[in-house]
Ligand binder design. Structure first.
Ligand SMILES: *Cc1c(COP(=O)(O)O)cnc(C)c1O
Length: 358
């Protein structure tokens, strides 16, 4: 795979919102960033970004990490002792897409509840919780909530459900971590302040490198002592970075300039969802498309997902085969109205044609 030639650029690259490239203005602030050695705590740009994001999320302190997976894994390690468990939705990134890191690095076991498109119903986690189960059963230490929910299709978690879960778990001493890789999208779609979500959790991770368009980076936030511990573990894992203000500057630019514009991504996603539903009723319920992720049930139109992805790619639209019946399309900073028009046309036609063996 590493030696394969790069394919020609698609017209609409909807594979993932991780694909965004830094804009010219972002590169300019990166070039000018004031930097220092962040392992010694001396990079002013990193410190500013950590303070800015932790304040936005209603927490005391923040830690810059190279990836969202590392931000999540530092939180899991600190909340859950070896031999204890975390519980999460069965589609959650921490259980499906981090390659078993919680088990490999931290000796954590996991159990999962099932959901409808990742939507949080407190009954799911509350039905799994095991606390005070003595020396014979695994103790639940942490509940992980993902907002928006990636594999659920960009689903926004209702604040009322989060609050109900918090009210039930807090007296039991069970902690809550928010995988907020796309919390920005939930905030923009609902108008709910980031801190209203953030305050319900002991820790929150957010990504700067998805729809916000920074090339690299996530922030983990929590209480001051918790973040001090996370800083030690980040270094232990080999992710203490030096003059990394050059990347934090991109993150600051993204937070200042690329949050409100996520509404454009949401509008484009909704537009294509409506077109697909018109072209092939049942391929998607437009009411279920809440943010920047569109899941299409192509199986319903007779398409094996892999064939649909290949057919769309031949017409310049890159998608991801997400499940046995579904493909995923994700809108982001680098997909404009013209690319969206093209995707709308190609997807509608393919769905209406239906997949027939050739
Ligand atoms: C992308 C993502 C992450 C972090 O991914 P990295 O590639 O490690 O930055 C975490 N959680 C969710 C839900 C994500 O979509």
């Amino acid at each position: 795979m590493p030696s394969a030639p790069l394919p020609p650029a698609p017209i609409a690259d909807l594979l993932s919102d991780t694909l965004t490239k830094p804009t010219g203005a972002m590169r300019a602030v990166m070039a000018e960033a004031v930097v220092g050695d962040d392992v010694f705590g001396e990079d002013p740009t990193v410190r500013e970004l950590e303070e800015q994001v932790s304040a936005l999320l209603g927490h005391e302190a923040g830690l810059f990490t190279p990836t969202g997976s590392l931000a999540n894994q530092l939180a899991l390690r600190l909340h859950v002792a070896p031999g204890e468990e975390l519980i999460a939705d069965e589609l959650a990134h921490v259980v499906r897409a981090e390659l078993g890191a919680a088990a490999v690095f931290s000796g954590i076991t996991s159990r999962t509840w099932s959901s409808d498109r990742g939507r949080l119903d407190p009954a799911g986690p509350l039905g799994l919780l095991a606390t005070g189960v003595g020396p014979y059963q695994v103790c639940t230490s942490l509940v992980v909530v993902e907002n928006t929910h990636n594999f659920g299709g960009g689903t926004i978690q209702p604040l009322s459900a989060i609050r109900a879960l918090r009210a039930a778990t807090r007296p039991l001493g069970v902690r809550m971590h928010l995988d907020g890789a796309r919390l920005w999208n939930a905030h923009v779609a609902t108008g709910i302040p980031l801190a209203d979500y953030g305050r319900e959790f002991d820790s929150v991770s957010v990504c700067l490198s998805k729809g916000l368009g920074a090339p690299v980076g996530s922030i983990l936030v929590g209480e001051r002592d918790f973040i001090a511990q996370a800083r030690i573990w980040r270094k232990r894992y080999g992710a203490g970075m030096r003059q990394v203000g050059i990347l934090a500057a991109a993150g600051r630019y993204a937070v200042d300039h690329h949050v409100a514009r996520l509404a454009d991504d949401h509008a484009r996603t909704a537009r294509v969802a409506h077109a697909c539903a018109t072209a092939a009723p049942g391929s998607v319920d437009p009411a279920s498309v809440e943010t920047n992720i569109l899941m299409l049930d192509v199986g319903r139109c007779g398409w094996p997902p892999g064939d649909f992805v290949t057919a769309a790619a031949a017409q310049g639209v890159r998608l991801y085969a997400a499940g046995p019946r579904s493909v995923r399309a994700v809108w982001h900073l680098d997909v404009d109205d013209a690319a969206t028009d093209h995707a709308e046309r190609v997807l509608s036609e393919l769905l209406a044609t239906g997949g027939r063996p050739t």
